[in-house]
Design a protein around this ligand. Structure first.
Ligand code: MN
Length: 277
């Protein structure tokens, strides 16, 4: 075999799920570094890859849809598009307009720049893109790399090293419809992890939205929302504890937000005969 051919073979090992049509999106935008990491993961599974991502950063967009604005689409290459909209818009556009013939079999959203743990989940554009996939009946996975976003310190090494393996194990195991998978990779200097832990959504120890009041060059005040985070002692089994302990956290989430205990208690109370006043 010629040297160049050998090199090529080594560069592209056979994908493990060659017929799997994968949509990759990322709420940090079409040029996000984490999108490249997600593409590497997707490429190890299949070569039927499609990218549809927002044209600008949409972190914190949650599950919002653009209803009052038109959606402008830019085609970067035959299978790569950016949308002037939210992560949810992107998944919807991909599944219904941009990818011909058949819908994707898997949505990979991420890898997000920063964790999506505990209370982050309801704000997250990354998780919301996976939610939209689940709404459309497509198995969907959100991937996030924990790191100090405010300090500009994100290392992709853990997600890069372990992403494919975790996603492949998940695909082998399977999960129910209406469930999406939220994966968070811990910060580890060389990507060496303790293990993979199946977790539940935690509660932030202390997640204070800090509103930074500033003044612009023309003396007009403006404000910037940030978060002050203090790591404390989250319970065992939570997503927070898992990543603090150096594990990859895998949390199955569902879209039904009903609190069943409260529902039962309220039903009991409302069904009881009312005392006459
Ligand atoms: Mn983001």
């Amino acid at each position: 075999m010629a040297k160049s051919q050998q090199k090529k073979t080594k560069k592209s090992p056979k994908p493990s799920h060659p017929h799997l049509r994968i949509l990759v999106t990322n709420d940090d935008g079409i040029y996000a570094a984490g999108l490249k990491v997600a593409l590497r993961i997707a490429r190890s599974l299949s070569d039927d890859l499609w990218v549809v991502a927002p044209d600008s950063e949409q972190s914190g967009a949650s599950h919002s849809l653009s209803l009052a604005l038109p959606l402008r689409v830019r085609k970067h290459s035959p299978r790569r598009f950016s949308v002037q909209g939210t992560p949810t818009d992107c998944v919807l556009m991909a599944a219904t307009q941009l990818i011909p013939d058949r819908r994707p079999d898997l949505v990979i959203s991420g890898v997000n720049r920063g964790g999506n743990l505990a209370d982050d989940i309801t704000y997250s554009g990354t998780v919301a893109a996976a939610m939209e996939g689940a709404v459309l009946g497509i198995p969907s996975i959100a991937l996030s790399q924990v790191g100090d976003v405010a300090a500009g310190r994100i290392s992709w090494v853990t997600a890069t090293r372990h992403g494919s393996d975790v996603v492949r194990r998940l695909l082998d195991a399977g999960w129910p419809d209406d469930v999406l998978i939220n994966i968070n990779f811990p910060t580890r200097p060389k990507g060496e992890i303790e293990g993979v832990e199946i977790t539940r959504q935690g509660k932030r120890d202390q997640s204070n939205a800090v509103i930074d009041a500033r003044v612009d060059a023309r003396a007009t005040p403006y404000y910037w929302i940030g978060f002050k985070r203090v790591a404390m002692d989250p319970p065992q089994g939570s997503d927070l504890r898992a990543v603090y302990s150096g594990n990859i956290s895998v949390t199955p989430l569902h879209l039904d937000l009903t609190h069943d205990g409260a529902r039962r208690a309220l039903k009991k109370s409302f069904d009881a005969p009312q005392s006459k006043k």
